[in-house]
Design a protein around this ligand. Structure first.
Ligand code: FE
Ligand code: FE
Ligand code: FE
Length: 186
């Protein structure tokens, strides 16, 4: 393995902090790509709008991460976030398998919420670590991002509750009539 590919040894909270910073730098960039892809795959206008808003926020979140690298006097660079790659693969699978728009939209919301929850978990930890390490500016920046991720998660639930889940539900009732969802008719 060439030396630059050798994973950094994690010997302290400092190391972990940098490791997660790079992980999130990669994750946010992947999230941008995923949002672009999913916005093209949904016919739900509200969901499209929500994606557009969060896409813009995400660009700001990437800039915040770059500021943190800057504070640490480090060059901004990402390292592969396997979690976001996995969520993205799963999203593609759902899109391929969803047989109609309504079911696809419910699946898209689920994929997007998986990303937001991952981000909430990571930024929650990063805020605490930044505080503990005395990186006050980083803590403040991560708190701003964390608030956006939480708000996005809540908006996704709201959009799903309004139309998407009901529409996907009535689809499964139609299908059940035809024995289409694999369940035995009652
Ligand atoms: Fe984000
Ligand atoms: Fe990760
Ligand atoms: Fe997000």
């Amino acid at each position: 393995m060439p030396p630059e590919k050798q994973p950094m040894a994690l010997k302290s909270l400092d190391n972990l902090f940098v490791h997660f910073l790079r992980d999130m730098y990669h994750a946010e960039k992947q999230a941008l790509r995923q949002m672009r892809m999913l916005a093209r795959k949904t016919d739900n206008e509200e969901l499209k709008e929500l994606l557009e808003t969060h896409r813009e926020e995400t660009e700001g979140q990437i800039e915040r991460l770059e500021k943190v690298f800057d504070h640490l006097d480090m060059r901004a660079r990402g390292s592969t976030c396997e979690a976001i790659v996995g969520i993205h693969e799963e999203a593609k699978e759902i899109l391929e398998e969803a047989a109609d728009e309504a079911t696809r939209n419910a699946g898209i919301v689920a994929s997007l919420q998986a990303v937001e929850h991952y981000e909430i978990a990571r930024y929650g930890t990063m805020v605490e670590w930044a505080k503990s390490l005395g990186h006050d500016e980083a803590a403040k920046l991560f708190e701003e991002t964390l608030a956006e991720e939480k708000a996005t998660d809540a908006k996704l639930s709201k959009v799903a509750r309004k139309h998407i889940n009901e529409m996907a539900k009535s689809r499964s009732r139609e299908d059940a009539g035809k024995g289409g969802n694999g369940r035995k008719a009652a």
